[in-house]
Each structure stands twice: as C-alpha cells, then as structure tokens.
Design a protein around this ligand. Structure first.
Ligand code: ZN
Length: 307
C-alpha cells in the first residue's frame, strides 16, 4: 500500500518549477496575449516609424474619415514596360481651390470649387486617371505601370481650402493628389496637421516646397541645403512620409539649386515651365501645366493632351 505522502513528494519538483516559471513571467512584465485588457490608447503624437508610407494604401482608416484609395489600385493599369517608360505625363499645377476674395493680390492662384469639380469631371470623361509623382517615377525608372492617360494634380504651398475643397472631389473620383508643402504653412493658420494627415490617408503624396518658400537661387550653400534637407526631415517627423520630389518656390532654380536638390536625395523637381513631362526631361526640370481660374474644362483637357 503506498504511503499517502508519496504523490505529493513526487509532484514537488514540478510545483517548485511552476512557481519559478510564474515568478519569471511576472518579472518580465505583462503577458502578451490571452488577457482581456483593452489595448493601450495611442498617444497623441504618431511616431514617424509607425505611420504607413504613402505607397501603403491598404491602411486608410485611422479615424472617422472617409476611406482612401483601393488597395488594388494600379493593378489593372494598361501601360507597362517600354510604353510606361515612354509615357508623357501632364502635371497640373494648382494653388488655392476656393472662390477668390475680392481684391486679392493674386487672383490667378484661385480656382473656384465649382470650376475644379468641372475640370476633374472633364478629365475623367476624357479618360484621364490621376497618379502620384512616385507612380510616374516607378513607371519611368522601374517596373511600375500607368493608366492609359495618366495625369498628376499637384497643389502648391498648403492651405486649408485644399483639404476642404479639393480633397473630397479627388476622393470621390478615386484619385490621389500631390501636395507640394511649404513646411511653415503646416499649422492652424495654414494647413492644419489633421488636414495634411487626412490627405495622406486619402492617398495624397507629399512633396517638399521647402521650409520657408524662399527664392532658392538667392541662398548661400548652407541656407540652400537647410531648405532642402530640413524640409524633408520635418515632413518625415510630422507626417511620417518621406517626400522624394521637390517643387521649387515660384519655380526659381539654377544649376546650383538643382545639384543641391539632387544631393539632398530628391528623385526630381517640378518647375513652373509649361509643358507635358517625360522621362527624357531633366528630372530636376520637370514642366507643369498651370491651371488658372479662366481655364475651362475643355481647355484643360486640351492642355493635358499636350496640344
Ligand atoms: Zn509656392
């Protein structure tokens, strides 16, 4: 007949071992899974490293905003290979999308929301489909595809009316925009941080339009480098995306500016020179098509076709 203490003596090493394991787990911190505690609330500041890059359009809903572009965007685009490398792409240049206030100093910078809606509708009817500079670059220099009639819609400087009046129109079309952001405009007096983040979630690409919008040709080497490098870093830190295209303030550039932009790591830069862009252009002298309040929908389609 076995003694009654025998089973507990044989279990003793196991019990001691389990107790030691529990102590080790407790010392290491909270269990990773299996508990029912709610996840920690995200902190207000979004670290750059956890924000999806602009190419990742599968994660679009961070809050109650409308969703962004579909995750399978571009899969069915018809133009690839040599045809994609040879594609000519109109890059439209917008500034403010709002009714110009009476007596404004620069009436040509304002396109009314109704004109903008009519322009986008006309481009769609003509078969155009909007792409980002990154998508153009991938098609010109990699194995990226393009739609049959690609067009880039770029918006300079950064203003509240761009997220309020332009972004919803593009979202309804399923199109991305390109925001050439002057970093000092980011804030409640210009384009609020939430606005820029919303545009990114909706598929917009952010380009650098420098920190303070100076005439880059007038700067010494240190100040020039600062505008090009620091703007890129500030956009990375505040918005979590890395701008790879520069837009020269007022189009002002020279050989020194272009070399500095190249050295700062940009793929290319857009100007205010008129024309339809192609891979054969100097990547740091890409032309654009200026859209003015008087540019009617049919006229814009004609310009985008390179006529
Ligand atoms: Zn500007």
């Amino acid at each position: 007949m076995p003694r009654p203490t025998a089973p507990s003596r044989s279990l003793l090493p196991l019990i001691v071992g389990l107790a030691a394991l529990v102590a080790i787990v407790a010392a290491l911190g909270p269990a990773r899974g299996g508990d029912d505690r709610p996840p920690r609330a995200p902190t207000a500041a979004v670290p750059a490293a956890t924000t999806p890059p602009p190419a990742d359009r599968t994660t679009t809903r961070a809050d109650g905003d409308a969703p962004g572009l579909p995750a399978d965007r571009g899969r069915d685009w018809a133009v690839s290979g040599a045809d994609a490398r040879a594609a000519r792409v109109p890059i439209l240049m917008y500034h403010l999308v709002a009714d110009a206030p009476a007596g404004t100093a620069y009436p040509d910078l304002w396109v009314s929301p109704s004109t903008f809606r009519a322009q986008v509708a006309a481009l769609r009817r003509a078969g155009f489909e909007a792409v980002t500079m990154g998508e153009v670059w991938a098609a010109w220099h990699g194995d990226g595809r393009l739609p049959r009639r690609p067009v880039v819609l770029s918006f300079d400087d950064g203003a509240l009316n761009q997220v309020m009046n332009a972004a919803p129109v593009l979202l309804r079309a399923g199109w991305p925009g390109v925001l050439n952001l002057t970093v000092q405009n980011l804030g409640d007096d210009g384009l609020p941080l939430w606005g820029a983040r919303r545009m990114i979630r909706q598929g917009w690409e952010i380009g650098s339009h420098t920190v303070t919008h100076p005439d880059l040709t007038t700067l010494g080497p240190d100040a020039l480098r600062d505008e090009l490098v620091r703007s890129r870093r500030m956009i990375r830190n505040r918005l979590g995306v890395d701008p790879r295209f520069l837009c020269y303030p007022a189009g002002r550039n020279d050989a020194g500016v272009r070399a500095a932009a190249d050295a700062a790591g940009y793929h290319g830069a857009t100007t205010v020179d008129a024309g339809v862009a192609a891979r054969s252009d100097d990547a740091f002298l890409l032309p654009r098509i200026r859209v003015q309040p008087s540019t009617g929908p049919a006229e814009l389609v004609r310009l985008a076709r390179g006529a």
